[in-house]
Design a protein around this ligand. Structure first.
Ligand SMILES: [Zn+2]
Length: 343
């Protein structure tokens, strides 16, 4: 088969590789679309240490089943599917507690951090364990299905936030995940959605996604502005979708006493932390990791037309041009949201 192989750091080559071999509990999926994730772009140069070459990246994908292992019962050839980016063990303590996204020995598709290596979906075919598959409903395209992973990450942060109808929410960072958080908050009952970003173009995006108010993060009296919009109390919830000191501090700064911030972004390994503010205002700080089964709901919302993802797809290009698009994303020459590659 053809695949986009990371042969060495910063060197992607479109070439022939052996077809994947499936285990008894796996299906072979013919990949129809695979999105380039920010973590792939950062992984390409070796800076994250999670894409050790040679390997095939790609974990935001969709396709059609072409072969099933002998222990596969509910899936059959021609089924249109998308799949979780995490391959989790079924007999793990955390999985059995309903926390599969935190299970020990879980692996991520298209990731190779040294402890495991799993080839991803920038290829014509990929082997997928049956328990992480989701059926694509009628009316949802393969490109849209390749966006489900990103929406599911956003939905997971809302699901664990304890959001109540009428909550006033701040979203810090209006990149793709931030935009999906805004869209989902809108249909989840938040009464006020305030977006904050360093980039005016992203704030425009946030507004189109349903934010009621937008502010540049450089604004001097940010906390006061938020206070005015929240009966002088501050936000009930804030979602941080960047992962840097400045944005984490804003997410904490805008909360009311007793409020909660949900940290989704994780670009930095460490950030400055306003300890006294968190302690004296009894703030709650919660991390949100990946996805815990939110795929099905997102696919339902897409089918029902209750959430849109097309506005976040900037480019659909052939996989053979993958290296070109990776480089554009790496160099940030132009404002690109999702680039989807088609094998
Ligand atoms: Zn991703």
């Amino acid at each position: 088969m053809k695949a986009l192989v990371l042969e060495e750091y910063n060197k992607l080559v479109y070439k022939d590789v052996p077809d994947p071999v499936i285990n008894d509990n796996e299906v072979l999926v013919k990949v129809m679309a695979c999105g380039i994730c920010g973590s792939d772009v950062h992984g390409m140069d070796g800076s994250t240490g999670r894409r050790i070459p040679p390997m095939i990246m790609g974990h935001e994908a969709s396709g059609v089943i072409v072969k099933t292992g002998k222990d596969v019962t509910i899936w059959k050839s021609d089924d249109k599917v998308t799949f979780d980016s995490t391959v989790y063990p079924l007999n793990d303590w955390f999985t059995l507690e309903g926390l599969y996204n935190l299970s020990d020995n879980r692996e991520v598709l298209g990731v190779s951090p040294g402890t495991f290596k799993r080839d991803g979906a920038f290829a014509e075919y990929i082997a997928i364990p049956q328990h992480i598959l989701y059926k694509i409903p009628e009316g949802v395209t393969f490109e849209q299905a390749a966006m489900v992973e990103a929406v599911a990450v956003a939905l997971h942060s809302i699901n664990i936030s304890g959001l109540k109808t009428g909550d006033k929410c701040v979203v810090v960072g209006a990149g793709m995940i931030g935009v999906f958080i805004i869209k989902l908050l809108k249909i989840s009952g938040a009464s006020k959605i305030i977006a904050i970003d360093i980039n005016p173009k992203r704030l425009e995006q946030a507004k189109n996604a349903g934010a009621d108010h937008t502010f540049l993060s450089t604004r001097a009296n940010l906390a006061e502005e938020i206070s005015v919009l929240t009966y002088t109390r501050g936000a009930d919830l804030s979602f941080e979708a960047v992962g840097k000191s400045d944005s984490v501090n804003i997410a904490i700064e805008v909360l009311r006493k007793g409020g909660k911030t949900i940290l989704v972004g994780n670009v930095s390994t460490k950030v400055d932390f306003p300890l006294q503010k968190v302690v004296t205002r009894e703030l709650k700080v919660l991390g949100s990791c990946a996805i815990r089964g939110e795929y099905e709901v997102v696919l339902d919302l897409l089918k029902a037309g209750k959430i849109s993802v097309d506005d976040q797809i900037s480019v659909v290009a052939p996989l053979s041009e993958g290296a070109i698009w990776f480089n554009k994303l790496y160099k940030k020459e132009e404002e690109l949201n999702k680039v989807i590659l088609i094998p």
